[in-house]
Ligand binder design. Structure first.
Ligand SMILES: Cc1cc2nc3c(=O)[nH]c(=O)nc-3n(C[C@H](O)[C@H](O)[C@H](O)COP(=O)(O)O)c2cc1C
Length: 337
């Protein structure tokens, strides 16, 4: 079958929301905090999804969960919920909607033992009847569109993503995302985009393919192999919140403008400051280190000179000021080789 050019396909819709493109930022615990999502959003991501939020904790008013679900200023506010009981899931969904969420995403893909041990995340794919009760509970609890993120199945012998997607469609969900690995693969091996085609054939819902997509070429290949409507990028975006927008533009056949160094600089600073504001200086500085390391790595790839010893020192700093100065200079002529 000849695939349509991505730009010739109909736009992805989420209930009444029409996405401007077909490249989404994946939810990543500890990474896609509010500031990072703001940056990805500004650089043209077609959709950004919050870190997974424990539905029961959000319902209890836990402050950290509230922070994870924050969406102020983001074009379309999507909160991803994880949980294993219909009661807490519907309560968490109601709280998220009341706090401004415009879309609720249900996590049925997380492989972490801490999560699957509690029968949430990808463990839900082992019991589709139970998964269905959560889908129905969330759908009934809110008036905003509900989406679902899953893996191919629990293991190679149980590739039931097509069946789960069919159930999601029957239940009135708005979109499904499939990471092309099983739970038992965790992050090993290569994501199997072609295996996502079985989900394409099972549902007419907007379908997003995910796993190992790091640029426009992989995005095009993943769309072609899977027949999906859009792509979702996770790990490759660390240190590069502009990457999702670049992929979105490439998929529409739009030319990529020259790098806007000032916009990158402003985004890095705004992101760092948001972490300090959210967590306080002590915790914020520590939490931000993986971002700082990744920002430095990608700035170096773009031609900035970053000495290893200097970076090592920055990553041990306990106060924000020096790190901010470092970030401010990363995309400046002063660093250029
Ligand atoms: C550090 C980390 C945290 C993640 N947290 C979540 C999460 O909270 N919710 C979720 O659905 N998936 C989560 N994932 C999975 C990603 O959304 C994505 O499905 C996976 O990383 C594969 O895509 P990639 O190869 O583009 O990274 C996480 C992945 C990583 C690496």
């Amino acid at each position: 079958m000849h695939e349509l050019e991505a730009s010739a396909r109909k736009p992805i819709t989420l209930g009444s929301h029409v996405l401007a493109g077909r490249a989404l930022l994946a939810p990543m615990s500890g990474i896609t905090d509010h500031g990072f999502r703001m940056a990805a959003d500004r650089f043209g991501a077609s959709l950004v999804v919050s870190e997974m939020v424990a539905a029961d904790q959000l319902a209890l008013g836990d402050e950290e969960s509230r922070l994870r679900a924050e969406g102020e200023g983001i074009a379309l506010h999507v909160v991803q919920l994880a949980g294993c009981g219909p009661g807490p899931m519907s309560e968490g969904a109601r709280v998220a909607e009341a706090s401004g969420a415009q879309v609720i995403d249900i996590n049925m893909g997380c492989p972490a033992k801490r999560v699957t041990g509690g029968w949430s995340g990808s463990a839900l794919m082992r019991d589709l009847a139970h998964a269905q009760t959560l889908i129905d509970a969330v759908r009934d609890a809110v008036s905003v569109p509900v989406t679902l993120k899953m893996r191919l199945g629990w293991d190679e012998t149980a590739l039931n993503a097509p069946e789960l997607a069919r159930r999601a469609e029957d239940a009135g969900l708005a979109l499904v995302t499939v990471h092309g690995r099983t739970r038992q693969q965790f992050y090993k091996g290569q994501a199997n985009w072609a295996a996502v085609r079985a989900v394409r054939e099972a549902t007419r819902l907007p379908l997003i393919v995910n796993g190992d997509i790091a640029g426009p070429q992989e995005a095009k290949a993943a769309l072609e192999a899977s027949g999906a409507d859009g792509v979702m990028l996770g790990r490759a975006t660390l240190g590069r919140p502009w990457l999702v927008g670049e992929v979105a533009r490439a998929l529409e056949g739009m030319p990529e403008p020259a790098i806007d160094f000032a916009a990158r600089r402003d985004a890095l600073l705004a992101h760092y400051e948001s972490l300090i504001a959210a967590f306080g200086e002590k915790k914020g500085v520590r939490h931000a280190r993986k971002h700082v390391a990744a920002y430095a790595e990608h700035a170096a790839e773009a031609g900035a000179v970053v000495e290893a010893a200097e970076l090592a020192e920055i990553l041990q700093e306990n106060t924000a000021k020096r790190v901010l100065d470092f970030l401010a200079a990363l995309y400046s002529p002063a660093r250029a080789a």
